[in-house]
Design a protein around this ligand. Sequence first.
Ligand SMILES: *[C@@H]1O[C@H](CO)[C@@H](O)[C@H](O)[C@H]1NC(C)=O
Ligand SMILES: *[C@@H]1O[C@H](CO)[C@@H](O)[C@H](O)[C@H]1NC(C)=O
Ligand SMILES: *[C@@H]1O[C@H](CO)[C@@H](O)[C@H](O)[C@H]1NC(C)=O
Ligand SMILES: *[C@@H]1O[C@H](CO)[C@@H](O)[C@H](O)[C@H]1NC(C)=O
Ligand SMILES: *[C@@H]1O[C@H](CO)[C@@H](O)[C@H](O)[C@H]1NC(C)=O
Ligand SMILES: *[C@@H]1O[C@H](CO)[C@@H](O)[C@H](O)[C@H]1NC(C)=O
Ligand SMILES: *[C@@H]1O[C@H](CO)[C@@H](O)[C@H](O)[C@H]1NC(C)=O
Ligand SMILES: *[C@@H]1O[C@H](CO)[C@@H](O)[C@H](O)[C@H]1NC(C)=O
Ligand SMILES: *[C@@H]1O[C@H](CO)[C@@H](O)[C@H](O)[C@H]1NC(C)=O
Ligand SMILES: *[C@@H]1O[C@H](CO)[C@@H](O)[C@H](O)[C@H]1NC(C)=O
Ligand SMILES: *[C@@H]1O[C@H](CO)[C@@H](O)[C@H](O)[C@H]1NC(C)=O
Length: 818
Amino acid sequence: MALPKTPSLFRPLSFSLLLFILFVALRTPLSFSSATISANFSISGDRQLTSKGGNFVLGFFSPPNSTKYYIGIWYKKVSQPTSVWIANRETPVSDHTKSELKLSDDGNLVLLNESKAQIWSTNASISASYTVAVLQDSGNLALTDGSNPSKILWQSVDNPTDTWLPGGKLGLNKVTKQNQRLISWKSSADPAPGIFSLELDPNGTSQYFIQWNKSVSYWTSATWNGRIFSDVPEMNENYNYNFTYVNNRDESYFTYSVKYDSVISRFVMDLSGQIRQLTWMEDLQEWILFWAQPKALCEVHSLCGSFGSCSVSSLPFCKCVKGFAARNQTEWDLEDRTGGCVRNTPLQCSSNSSANVEKDRFYPMDGMRLPVNAQNQPDVGSAEDCASTCLNNCSCTAYSFGGGCSVWHGDLINLQNQYNGSDSGTLYLRLAASELPDSTSKKGTVAGAVAGAVAGLVVCVVIVWVVIWRRRKRRMIHAAKAVGRTLVPFRYSDLQHFTKNFSEKLGGGGFGLVFKGFLPDSTAIAVKKLEGLRLHGEKQFRAEVSTIGTVQHVNLVRLLGFCSEGTRRLLVYEFMPKGSLDAQLFQNNSMVLDWNKRYQIALGIARGLAYLHEKCRDCIIHCDIKPENILLDASFVPKVADFGLAKLFGREFSRELTTMRGTRGYLAPEWITGVAITAKSDVYSYGMMLLEIISGKRNSEQTEEGKATFFPTLAANKLVQGDVQRLVDHRLGDDVNIEELERACKIACWCIQDDEISRPAMGQVVQILEGFLEINMPPIPRSLQILVESPENINFFSDLSSNQSSQTRSTICTGSQS
Ligand SMILES: *[C@@H]1O[C@H](CO)[C@@H](O)[C@H](O)[C@H]1NC(C)=O
Ligand SMILES: *[C@@H]1O[C@H](CO)[C@@H](O)[C@H](O)[C@H]1NC(C)=O
Ligand SMILES: *[C@@H]1O[C@H](CO)[C@@H](O)[C@H](O)[C@H]1NC(C)=O
Ligand SMILES: *[C@@H]1O[C@H](CO)[C@@H](O)[C@H](O)[C@H]1NC(C)=O
Ligand SMILES: *[C@@H]1O[C@H](CO)[C@@H](O)[C@H](O)[C@H]1NC(C)=O
Ligand SMILES: *[C@@H]1O[C@H](CO)[C@@H](O)[C@H](O)[C@H]1NC(C)=O
Ligand SMILES: *[C@@H]1O[C@H](CO)[C@@H](O)[C@H](O)[C@H]1NC(C)=O
Ligand SMILES: *[C@@H]1O[C@H](CO)[C@@H](O)[C@H](O)[C@H]1NC(C)=O
Ligand SMILES: *[C@@H]1O[C@H](CO)[C@@H](O)[C@H](O)[C@H]1NC(C)=O
Ligand SMILES: *[C@@H]1O[C@H](CO)[C@@H](O)[C@H](O)[C@H]1NC(C)=O
Ligand SMILES: *[C@@H]1O[C@H](CO)[C@@H](O)[C@H](O)[C@H]1NC(C)=O
């Protein structure tokens, strides 16, 4: 018998507990292999039910940061604990060993708490003589008639919590008027129903709403056109999910299926008020965000609660405005912001001892999205009058004067920092005078004191500066010595100095900007300032960096050091004088890379990737191979850059790729279809890039007899016709080795096969380029064949790789924009 997996999903188990569970498991083997609950079986303590194919588990779990237990269903094959359904989300138990999920005498599935009181029930009206509950491989828990298993009396997919699984329905029962809605958790530690929900329009149109506390809709899907929701363009292309809308007398609902069984995918109404579609990536051990709506987190109604302000450019997204603090910091930290923020100091107008307290003042906040429920004051004509209108009414909390006067009473909701829309402006927030620095009164007396203090300060500063300058010099020499041996932890101030305060920009990518600098020993360096990495702790950053730092190969860019101070994360690399490959290939400068250099570059990149995939300790998938990420040293030796950043960035990186800015033309189809990403995805990108190395042009920008053509299609066809000479960069003239050219074209075409099994491994690519392996004629990739048959599709593909479309494309996590 196969030993059961330890039920350690939601909290780490001690070794002795593990032994105990194994012991229990061996004594009660039935409990683990069975997928059904029948009359004599119950779930209690760590006992679990596993679905027949081993996809899902039913049992007690406790969310992180919670001490309560819930009956839930979660994925068995996903290493991150992810529950998809919860029975008692509102009625947790404290001691799961004394609580019990079982069939009651009337045939319903019930949960009994520690004192054997029933706290949850399936509540079905049952006429069957006996019932069984089955955990199906789709993640559905079904209560069926024991003598007729196809008769379902109750099932969990009809009663969703926050997750919508493939095969589940989400809609409206017209008979019972029951609306199957997804409702977010209350906080990251509490699965009780929160304030955000997704439901089908109760009026019977085929569109979804996301609502805040069941009263305010802040997103609608727009109606279903039979194929997609027009406001969710991500569903449009190569979508891997088959949505069906069913509307009959009894019910109207949507259901969906996944085209590939191996894909683990779910929709979730997230704690943040977004509906998200996520796919599990086995290789990254991460849930990848496929799409989310509303696209910008700050569009979620009242995300940050009252007097909370949303910001897309910093994490956490929510902060209390000046003079306010979270009503309940514990809840706030667990992402439950319904309590909002409260004043640190009561307003003067509401205090009883008004005599000796200064009048309230206004704190200006620039570039804010103005809160909802403004009251316009048409009679007020000046900013001063607007301020005094607000001051004269104690319930007034803010005003804004932009053309006309608006005031707000009570709580301020939907504030956003650094906002750029049409409803932005300067908000004047009313605060108790003591919350603001003195500005008007006592000016005269203060001035003398300030003058004295300044003189003293100047002396101090000079002394301190001299001391620091000396220390820094010592440190820089020290840092310079360390280079070449191990990774150097740089100080931010030193890097600032080395790069002349980040003045010479070399370029920028998805991860941040790169600047040139010099170490004190005049070694040239490139310093990359990472952005959007704030979620990662210092420890993890260092651990990851030290892994990347130990990977050394002549075709991989070398990391010299790093800086990790506060929220700042920088990486220091050796400087590459010839810049990136895209500049060398595509720029119309006089220097054209000759064929031999191109071939050696292709070979070098292949060697670097083969090393990443096969030779170093943990296989590293680059995930973002494109000419921009290949750097060239003084003698045009290629170095793969930014490898390992995929790992370091984790979820942020996935978001970046999900939005697919600019990188689209190099992405393997599996990125879009959602199946697992493997090293073969890099092979695909390599193939696309190799075609560009051959032609010296972007794949999407090529013209053939005046028409825009998708170059890979042309290349595959010419290759099969034996006419590869047409494909090579015409600037090279006759200076081309035809045998090498043909080999390179064949490899490129093998690399971009739709089916990853057909693509060669990078190690094989190296051997073929070196001439040690022979290679057959590749078939034309199926997706390219389609393009040949229907020319209008060509634009579709080239659109995807142009930057223009990436701007209209959604930006799911605006926090990681560059
Ligand atoms: C349950 O237990 C009772 C007595 O212990 C036994 O008679 C009955 O057959 C059992 N039922 C099942 C389904 O195992
Ligand atoms: C939740 O638990 C984690 C460790 O499990 C801890 O780091 C974190 O601070 C906790 N969060 C809160 C809000 O208590
Ligand atoms: C069990 O539930 C009942 C009914 O809700 C409640 O009165 C009782 O206090 C609960 N027992 C425990 C130990 O929580
Ligand atoms: C079952 O019915 C009772 C009373 O009608 C109700 O309080 C309870 O919420 C219902 N439980 C479920 C899971 O629907
Ligand atoms: C449903 O219809 C009613 C009446 O026509 C309307 O007042 C209401 O706003 C509609 N609700 C939604 C969610 O569209
Ligand atoms: C929703 O929020 C508003 C404002 O806070 C409140 O008045 C209302 O009662 C809430 N509605 C529900 C159903 O909680
Ligand atoms: C999508 O699902 C529906 C209903 O399950 C089915 O009839 C249809 O053939 C499916 N379409 C595709 C393309 O799989
Ligand atoms: C904050 O919220 C938590 C969880 O809801 C609660 O246990 C705690 O008592 C609250 N603290 C305060 C100070 O209200
Ligand atoms: C003001 O005084 C009243 C009555 O004395 C009292 O109920 C109220 O709490 C006081 N308000 C403040 C803000 O101190
Ligand atoms: C203050 O403004 C509120 C809301 O406009 C209004 O109901 C109230 O009467 C005003 N109070 C005074 C004293 O003007
Ligand atoms: C607002 O938009 C303008 C022009 O569109 C741009 O220059 C400016 O940087 C933007 N500001 C912010 C804070 O995004």
